[in-house]
Design a protein around this ligand. Structure first.
Ligand code: NAD
Length: 367
């Protein structure tokens, strides 16, 4: 069985090419926290990432990049951001001269991730880009190339790689603690009833691409792949819509099934019309289950030997600390751009299968 782990160990992406420079930065690290600029001050930045940056031991919020001048005073006051740390989307390039900013965290609608990520990298900053990485694998490749060209790290905001319940699942599968996996069942779904504010772009094809499949489905793809610990071979899928008026541009529901080696199957649902969120992995010795699985807290987890027992964590704090640590150490990130591209490759396969009604075979994966 082809596993990820060796490939991870050998990964020579942007992280590795940037290593000499990064080691230099690491020497300075004892003296100061790395400065982060949030690009896009919407719901997630305001409620999760800003508060997380108040707690991070190795990073602080040093600048903001926004197209909404009305948001600026509150952010400046709350995070003590000087006037020299305030940018808009048009003058973003000026941030190149700001020595207090080491990392730009891109938190805009999906379709805008490539443009802002590439501009941020070209301004000489490391980038954390929110999930899902970009509309297409080709966009992802351009972003990865920009990082390599600039010798900067590009990482994806996959917070669950720092969640103890999901880490426990990954570890159990990797070590085969409960034997091989036999079947996987993942759901990430939340019924959307308000189609304004931060939901407006999610149901807009130009910005949200394929609705729930990108926004929530990328988490399903992630869980399927870290539960399977190998690449999928093929996919069948369908999408459908009940509320035609609200979902005139993107489907309301997506369902798909990935096939892995030995004919093993993983099925998933991502939906803006139903509710539910779980990861269930059937192994030779019983079920590993996280249910609920996808919140910022409140996970419940079970293995064949009993309930998982973890204290609540601030996922985004641990995520940013881990990502900053990767930058400082020059070691490969757990969540590099290459992983984001792989997931978008799977998502495009799901879309093709749903559109054609046929089984789609995946090509080669580079990560
Ligand atoms: P949001 O709509 O609340 O925020 C988006 C921000 O982008 C706003 O500040 C908006 O002003 C700005 N923006 C810039 N150009 C824009 C344009 N042309 N159209 C619309 N907005 C524009 O959305 P959000 O919920 O904060 O999501 C932002 C990103 O964060 C998305 O990539 C989303 O997938 C991601 N996110 C991740 C998680 C997670 O669990 N990791 C959770 C929520 C959101």
């Amino acid at each position: 069985m082809k596993t990820f782990s060796r490939r991870h160990a050998l990964c020579l992406g942007a992280a590795a090419t940037a290593a000499p420079f990064l080691k230099l930065r690491a020497q300075e690290a004892g003296q100061k926290k790395l400065g982060v600029a949030l690009l896009g001050l919407g719901d997630y930045a305001t409620k999760q990432l800003g508060p997380a940056l108040k707690k991070t031991s190795n990073a602080r919020l040093a600048a903001i990049i926004t197209g909404s001048p009305d948001k600026v005073p509150k952010w400046q006051q709350e995070y003590e951001i000087p006037d020299s740390g305030v940018y808009d989307y048009k003058n973003l390039e000026k941030i190149a001269d700001n020595k207090d900013v080491d990392i730009i965290y891109v938190v805009t609608p999906t379709a805008l991730h490539p443009e802002y990520t590439i501009r941020a990298l070209e301004a000489g900053k490391h980038v954390i880009c929110e999930k899902p990485m970009a509309p297409t694998p080709e966009d992802c490749a351009r972003m990865i190339k920009a990082a390599a060209d600039q010798k900067k790290m590009l990482q994806i905001g996959y917070r669950l790689h720092w969640d103890p319940f999901h880490l426990r699942l990954m570890e159990a599968i990797k070590t085969k603690e409960f034997g091989d996996w036999k079947a996987i069942d993942v759901v990430d779904a939340g019924r959307m009833n308000d189609f304004t504010r931060h939901n407006a772009w999610r149901v807009n094809k130009e910005l949200g691409i394929a609705g729930a499949l990108y926004d929530l489905g990328v988490y399903c793809v992630q869980a399927m792949l870290y539960s399977a610990q190998e690449h999928p071979l093929k996919v069948t899928a369908k999408s459908w819509t009940e509320r035609e008026k609200e979902f005139s541009q993107v489907p309301e529901h997506w369902e798909w099934e990935l096939e892995f080696s030995g004919g093993r199957k993983a099925k998933a649902l991502a939906s803006y019309g139903q509710n539910g969120n779980h990861v269930k992995v059937e192994t030779e010795k019983g079920e590993i289950r996280i249910d609920p699985a996808y919140g910022y807290s409140g996970q419940k987890g079970f293995t064949p030997t009993g309930a998982m027992d973890f204290k609540p964590v601030f996922q985004q704090q641990l995520q940013i600390e881990g990502q900053v640590e990767a930058i400082l150490s020059g070691k490969p990130s757990k969540v590099p751009g290459e992983m984001g591209r792989r997931d978008i490759q799977v998502i495009r396969g799901i879309m093709e299968a749903a559109e054609s009604g046929k089984t789609v075979e995946f090509g080669k994966f580079d990560y």
